[in-house]
Every structure is written in C-alpha cells, then in structure tokens.
Design a binder for this molecule. Structure first.
Ligand SMILES: [Zn+2]
Length: 257
C-alpha cells in the first residue's frame, strides 16, 4: 500500500501534464512551463513532478534538457519509416497492385485530415496551406511534373499537419514517401493530361476553402471528391499506357511475320 501510493500520485501528475499539454494546445517543440511553476499548477511536490516528467521522457513524449527545461517531443519520423514504409516497400516494388491498397488508405486518411483540419487549424496552419496551394499553382506549366507532384503532396501534408493529429501526419507522410519513391510514375503523368490541372486546382481550392471556413464535413467531402478524381485519372493513364504498349507489341509481331 505504502509502496503504490506515491506511484499513483505521480501517475496522476503525469495525466495532469498530458491534460495541460492538450489544454494549451502545445505542439512538438513547444516548451513546457518550468518545473517550479508546473509543480505549483498541479499541486504536487517537485519530486513527484520529476518522477512524472521522467516517465513522459522515457515514453518519448517530452525531451528534458538540463537547465533549459522540457520540450514536447516530435513524434519520431523514424518510427513510422521503420514500422510502415520499410516493410511495405518490397511489396510495392514486387507488385504495383499494392499501390492501389496504399491509395485506398490514403483516401480515408485524407478525408479525416481535412475534417480535423477544418476544426482545428489556426491562422498559421491556414496560412501554410494557402502558401503550399500557391506554390502548386505557380509550378504548373513549368514542365516539371515531378515537382508538381511533390508540391501536391506538400499541400496535403500541410492539411495533415493542421489536423493536429501527430499519428495521422506521420502515417500520411510515410505513405506519400512510399507512393513517391516507388514506381508512381503515373501519379506524375496526370499533370500532363490536358485539362487535368484545372480540375485538380479547383478541387484543391475547394478543400482549402472549406478548411478555412471551418466546415469539417464540407472539407472531408471535398477531399473525397479530389481523391476519387485522382484515382480515376491514374487508372485512365495506366490503361492508355497499357493499350499503347499492346499496340506496339502487336505492330512488332506483325513485322516479324
Ligand atoms: Zn492533391
């Protein structure tokens, strides 16, 4: 009994710190209040507080810097890389069909990200989304489709970031990495399809406008429309490509007869 009592006090302090992080909407990199002020706010001794802080540090939730205090840790990008991207990469490499599976996941995550971003984005988030949108518009027509695809991903990641859900952000960025580094040539090719850019641009603008307006359902719907369009366009590009290849194969077969 005597042994467990202090532990439960420090566990409560740990939960109270988490609550404070949520209440003050602290983001990774933000500094936590000083040890003295935290102990006062939570009404616990410095020893109990230190115990709770050490446990949060052990979980990778905060980083304690001697004399500089504690900051909220960045959820490890390496973790998602190792746990999500690395095991999937060989599968995607071996069978392009997996790309469609990734795309399906991305579809549901993008809708959720837009939904939460509409509810949680602050002025800084909205400004970042708008700047990434402008960057995408500016790149169009410059003839660098890879850069366009990259700017498109950056726009969606800004939305994920604005969702304030660290897991969502990291999973999405891993999936983008996977789609980007593996065979995803057709994703880039969609920018070369006539009239596609105007449609994409309108869809991106609709997502952005709904987020800025704080319309969560509208933002999710707009994201769904966009992803469905991208999926259909990619499929069309791939079918056209396969048809062209079949025609070329048939022609060379004719010639060899
Ligand atoms: Zn997009």
């Amino acid at each position: 009994m005597l042994m467990t009592a202090p532990a439960s006090v420090s566990h409560r302090a740990e939960a109270a710190i988490e609550e404070l992080i949520a209440q003050r909407k602290l983001l990774p990199g933000a500094r936590l209040p000083s040890e003295r002020s935290l102990a006062e706010t939570l009404g616990v001794s410095r020893n109990i507080l230190r115990e709770a802080m050490n446990r949060l540090a052990a979980q990778g939730r905060i980083i304690i810097r001697p004399r500089a205090g504690a900051i909220l840790a960045e959820p490890s990008a390496q973790w998602t890389e190792q746990m999500i991207a690395e095991p999937l990469a060989p599968l995607v490499e071996a069978d392009p069909g997996y790309r469609h599976d990734i795309f399906e996941v991305r579809e549901s995550l993008d809708g959720a990200a837009a939904y939460h971003a509409a509810r949680r984005a602050d002025a800084v988030d909205k400004d970042r989304i708008r700047r990434r949108f402008d960057a995408m518009e500016k790149l169009h027509g410059a003839g660098d489709v890879a850069a366009e695809a990259h700017a498109d991903a950056a726009f969606h990641l800004a939305i994920a970031h604005a969702s304030r859900n660290a897991v969502l952000t990291h999973v999405m960025s891993s999936l983008f990495g996977l789609l980007h580094t593996s065979i995803s040539q057709s994703r880039e090719k969609i920018y070369a399809v006539p009239l596609t850019f105007e449609a994409l641009s309108g869809q991106h603008r609709a997502i952005m406008d709904r987020i800025v307006a704080g319309d969560a359902d509208g933002a999710r719907d707009a994201a769904d429309v966009h992803l469905e369009f991208v999926r259909n366009t990619v499929r069309r590009v791939e079918e056209d490509q396969a048809r062209t290849e079949r025609a070329a194969a048939a022609r060379s077969a004719d010639l060899s007869l």
